[in-house]
Design a protein. Sequence first.
Lengths: 447, 338
Amino acid sequence: MATRLHHKLKTFRIGGVHPEENKLSGQVPIVPLPLPKMVTIPIAQHIGAPAKITVQRGDTVKTGQIIAVHEGFVSSNIHSSVSGKVGIIEQVMDSSGFKHTAISIRVKGDDWEEYIDRSDTLVEEIEADAKEIVSRIMEAGVVGMGGAAFPSHVKLSVPEGKHVDHLLINGVECEPYLTADHRLMIEKPREIIVGIKILMRALGVKKAIIGIENNKRDAIETFEGLLKEESGISVEPLEVQYPQGGEKQLIQALLNREVPSGGLPADAGAIVHNVGTTYAVYQAVQKKKPLIERVVTVTGKSVKQPSNFLVRIGTPVIDLLIAAGGVPEDTGKIVSGGPMMGKAIADLDVPVAKGTSGILLIPKEESMRAEIYNCLHCGKCIEACPMGLEPYRLLLMSKKGNSEKAKEEHILDCIECGSCSFVCPSNRPILDYIRLGKTELRKTKKP
Amino acid sequence: MSTGLLTVSPSPHIHTELTVPQIMKGVLLAMVPAFLFSVYNFGISALYVTALTVFFCIGMEYLIVRFIFKRPVTIFDGSAAITGVLLAFNVPSNLPWHILLVGSIVSIGIAKMSFGGLGNNPFNPALVGRVFLLLSFPVQMTSWPVPAASLSLDAVTSATPLGILKDGQRTGERIDQLMAGMPSYSDYFFGLHGGSLGEMSAFALLLGLGYLLYRKIITWHIPVSMIVTILAMTAIFWFVDPSKYADPVFHVLTGGVMLGAVFMATDYVTSPITHRGMLIFGFGIGLLTVLIRLFGSYPEGVSFAILIMNAFVPLINRYAKEPRYGIHHSEKRKLTPK
């Protein structure tokens, strides 16, 4: 053990910051949230085209029944997370702050589709072949559960001409406060390992590495114990540094390779999947269970009982907050996701989606931005940027509308991790302007 | 359960504690040891000079922001106070008040505010003020009171060790003869010799440096590259002809090297932004300092060296880039500005 502590931990090599970790709910077991009275299920919970609705108002649906099918390849199926009656289908504000079409379902009982295996029995034997695995994952509507919600079957279909030799499992959870992945790794490690084997078979790779930040020693040790006899799968403790869990950063930390600018992880011979996604893959392939629930951390300094809930997709945020002891008086901001990359939500009826990893309550005094000063050219944003960009210059270029110049300076490589805005001593809205510059570029790209 | 209105803003939703006022407070705190040494050495006059320059600098900024810019007052960010202390650190302790006023007007009025205030000035304000005074009031600016502590007499003025060296060289005296009459290295280290207020004690300045590094306000790059360059350059000359050139330790411990390396060259606004750039900047200052000291007509060159290198900062920023993720070296070459 002593040697392990002195061993230099792997990490990404450019930039990075270390915000206070605040993992308040790290030791709180996952508890299933009681069924809500009503769910609101958006049809665009993923990157890509929204799914096409296949039910009508008044239809009776079962838990796990398909209610919207994927439209094209880069899209995802949507299933009912409850049983009951389809209500109004209308535009509802989701965590993006925009209104999107969503299907509301009034809950009645909990009547599941018969083909789904709801038991907790571990199914280790993998029968499906690569092709079948991908189609089952697509069928089950599995998307990346780390936050970006990119359809998983697309990631598994490696473009021709690219050679992938490593599967990387992202158990980093570098966002402060969030503990959903941490708890899942402690409570469902065997299922996750089966999920890894499924993904390895689908990709045809011989090696998989689970990357976990070293502040989750219990999860690292759990996997080390279970993986003793497994060949090809290993676990790697990583330095606690944000954004260790960024896809590009994780590839650099674990494989010492870089994804070329504008390229895909496959260009560096790697595919990265989050542990939550890996668990969903296990359920989709071994238990035929679609992605209808996920673990959500409810946390914040004033939250009475910071918790990790197993939540049905579409449950309104308010239900989670009540279960965690109510909304504290001093709440000034509610964030869907972590404090570095999460989105502030405007009201409490926003539904939990496939990409919702946590709900963070921020007290009033911390929810407003502080006074902005002139740029001092201190260089802290450059020190912090994990992509090696010069954020202070990108801000100026975007502000002046010079997005072409910003493109030459690789503004499109920005992963929007927020490290620059986090460290800026002058509180300058660096990432806000970088986002603006990126949006301008995307606009001009279209005819 | 009503929450009232929620704040909605883009991520990130948390921010580091180290903001501009915190940094400025940290820098002021880092200057406390050097300030205490100056009071110990020069008595109440050090306190008087520092208080006056701080008052003049803050007052000057207040007047300009209030009556010319007509903007909200910026004096509370602490940067004007820092310029005041640094100006005081760079002058002899017996300077009369009207010269200090002129120095403050030049520092804040011309070097800082005429460019638009904090963050926009190309040259270090305190150094511009200092050099202006040096050129305008050469006699007053180079008659250094001898520290009270080392003589226990009323302050008597004398030349600085570097000044003695320069004059001695002109008359053709050998280094070892000149050095014999000077304070010991431990006196230099603890600041018991003639000189400007804040440049006296390498020890006090190193305490400040340690604090700045510990708080992560500055990085090691500029101080280390500057001091190492001076050590290396002077070591070469000393090795070639020890009868003509002083040894490297003498060069680093005397004059403004420590003050310059810790507080003047590390000014965010007037130094390069990347670590690579900082190393080049420190090297340039070291090089110019040694050249001015050994071959120039002034005994001391740190102020000039820093100001000259300040002018190169935009150029350094343009070429000294940090490594970028996912871009190969061949591509990088193509991307360097034409």
